[in-house]
Design a protein around this ligand. Sequence first.
Ligand code: HPA
Length: 275
Amino acid sequence: MAKDLVEAAARVRALAAPAPQVGVVLGSGLGAFGDSLSGLVKVPYADIPHMPQSSVVGHSGNLCLGKVGEASVACLQGRVHLYEGHDLDRVTFGVRLLSELGCRAVVLTNAAGGIQAGFAPGDLMLIVDHLNLMGRNPLVGRNDDAAGPRFPDMTRAYDPPICAAAREAAAELGVKLQEGVYAGLLGPSYETPAEIRMLRTLGADAVGMSTVPEVLVLRHRGVRVGAMSCITNLGAGLSPTLLDHSEVEATANKTRATFTSLLGKWVEKVARLAS
Ligand code: HPA
């Protein structure tokens, strides 16, 4: 794994000059931010050794390198998920690469189903904590002592100053920003209405099928993390309509302009915190 990462990072460094300060992971339908970078260098995952590729519609596979304002950014445009059948080493390869490239902070995004009363499709939610309900942890196995400790602390997994920067960015842009706890489930089936009621009882505000493994790996490495969900639909049984991936993508697409500008402002602030 360490050798694979070194090889992948070497290829990326050969293609792009400035080392990134901040990493960004773009979820379903949220890839547009990658194309908005100035001085964009776009590297297809296929050109990066050992980089896994997503099979999900709406997830293109490119590493986008460039700048937002003064901040040097490396963006994963598309991710792989546990439900695609990859093991967790592969699922988290992209964020390990961001860390290997030198990112001291990573901002993750995803599409999620809303659970908290009052959430509506199109809302953006700052993730302040998570529930790992995937039944798996990417840190299982022999600990990589060079990367981080055997028992990493998760008390402040979602970095409080990075969360504060998101609130500031949203306030400056006049964007409403919800907050809550993200429950990460394995998928790929959406939840049943009973599972959504269970998740609400457990303290979840939104539910999705990604992000949690990436956060665990990044925190293990001491990388600072922020994360945001685009609430693309209400959880199963909370609205009269049935769930459909094309609707998830359509809602994510509708928030594109707002999401891209909020993410840009946030990332600039995060770069200042991480430098
Ligand atoms: N459940 C799980 N994952 C999701 C959902 C959902 O309702 N919407 C987008 N990703």
